[in-house]
Design a protein around this ligand. Structure first.
Ligand code: GTP
Ligand code: MG
Length: 135
């Protein structure tokens, strides 16, 4: 069965939305396989976000991801990668559809980086790569 890496980013943890976010994923029917809270260091984040190195939002993103603890989880289920990304909504929380995690809980705070509450792997290959980095 398919697995995906879900991160609750520092904004989600800071706003005490971890439980609400995990509950939505479980309520959709996915199975929580692993869960931990940690402070991510720069080296781990450089690996995780390697594909974005050199982009204008890369440094602000790494700063933001180190601004507080994150919750890392592995969820399992048929097509969980696609299913979680659908549940999360599009990257920009301003336009993410109501009913999605980003659409319901997020907005633009006028900051350098999009604070959009969650991360979810975008393919089977990135899920396996990211799970090896975080777990
Ligand atoms: P993740 O699930 O976090 O990977 O989000 P995503 O797949 O929807 O976005 P992507 O992988 O393209 O970018 C990773 C993260 O970088 C996003 O979640 C945002 O926090 C940030 N980001 C992406 N694109 C932009 C952008 O154009 N501007 C800014 N400021 N931040 C961005
Ligand atoms: Mg991504």
């Amino acid at each position: 069965t398919e697995r995906t890496l879900v991160l609750i980013k520092p904004d989600g943890v800071r706003r005490q939305l971890s439980g609400a976010i995990l509950a939505r994923i479980e309520a959709k029917g996915y199975v929580l396989a692993e869960l931990k809270k940690l402070s991510a260091g720069r080296e781990l984040l450089e690996q995780h976000y390697a594909e974005h190195e050199g982009k204008p939002f890369y440094e602000p993103l790494l700063e933001f991801m180190q601004s507080g603890p994150v919750v890392a989880a592995i969820f399992e289920g048929e097509r969980v990668i696609e299913g979680f990304r659908s549940l999360a909504g599009v990257t920009d929380p301003t336009t993410a559809a109501p009913g999605t995690i980003r659409g319901d809980f997020g907005r633009d705070w006028g900051l350098a980086v999009q604070q959009n509450l969650v991360h979810g792997s975008d393919s089977v290959e990135s899920a396996e790569r990211e799970i090896a980095i975080w777990f």
